[in-house]
Design a protein around this ligand. Structure first.
Ligand SMILES: CC(C)(COP(=O)(O)OP(=O)(O)OC[C@H]1O[C@@H](n2cnc3c(N)ncnc32)[C@H](O)[C@@H]1OP(=O)(O)O)[C@@H](O)C(=O)NCCC(=O)NCCS
Length: 206
């Protein structure tokens, strides 16, 4: 098996490294811009993110929570011709016909039911569930414990906060933040930040 280079040695990077190990990678290393960082979770930090082209023979995974940064770095690696992998924790339940894009991580205990499409560079986080026929766009984060009911559509770059719920047949537009614990009961058509039950838009200081 190739070496896996994980971009980003934060908490999210550690979780990704754990999935990679369980998926059979024996040689794992990080790239991260934090000065002085040498070892994380027992894996070496080989240098800054900008040095990635020196590792073109290796597999890559971008483990950065911010979806804009994740997208930018993943696109850069992809256009360099390097290999981006998809990582699925062995305890996740993923139906047979589910389509998952490259650079997506599916964490422990997640359940993805039949006929779901998940885009590139997504995070389907710990113990979340994505029910039948959902379409999850590129670089979406479905946070820990989130519930997407059947036939939900999440636009690219959106972040569904921890423990949030999106009721069946609804759409959330791209580049939208759904706050922790919110319950979405109507289509969300304007990008922004939404909180509460039912979820309503709030203004966020810029
Ligand atoms: C919605 C969110 C993005 C807002 O963050 P923010 O712009 O920094 O907003 P603030 O923390 O300044 O809060 C603004 C107001 O909204 C309230 N608020 C914030 N998040 C809320 C939430 N999820 N539900 C209900 N009220 C919330 C705050 O209490 C505050 O109210 P106040 O003005 O009466 O004091 C953030 O609180 C959130 O929910 N993030 C989710 C994080 C997450 O899911 N992490 C999981 C990683 S796996």
């Amino acid at each position: 098996m190739n070496r896996l280079i994980i971009i980003g040695a934060s908490g999210h990077g550690k979780v990704v490294a754990d999935i990679a190990k369980l998926s059979g990678y024996t040689d794992i290393a990080f790239l991260d811009d934090a000065p002085g960082l040498k070892v994380v979770s027992g894996y070496p930090v080989l240098g800054a993110v900008s040095t990635f082209s020196a590792f073109s023979q290796d597999d890559f995974f971008v483990a950065i929570g911010n979806s804009d940064i994740r997208r930018r770095i993943q696109d850069e690696i992809s256009s360099s011709g390097a290999r981006l992998v998809t990582l699925i924790h062995p305890s996740a339940v993923v139906a047979q016909d589910v389509v998952i894009g490259e650079g997506t991580a599916v964490m422990a205990g997640a359940v993805i039911n039949p006929s779901v499409r998940i885009g590139r560079g997504c995070i389907v986080n710990t113990s979340s569930s994505v029910d039948h026929d959902c379409v999850v766009g590129d670089y979406v984060h479905v946070s820990v414990g989130t519930r997407l009911a059947g036939s939900v559509c999440i636009g690219s770059g959106s972040w569904i906060g921890i423990g949030a719920v999106v009721s069946n047949n609804l759409s959330v537009c791209p580049n939208t933040m759904i706050g922790a614990g919110a319950v979405v009961v109507r289509n969300i058509e304007l990008p922004g930040t939404y909180i509460g039950i039912p979820a309503e838009q709030i203004q966020v200081a810029s």
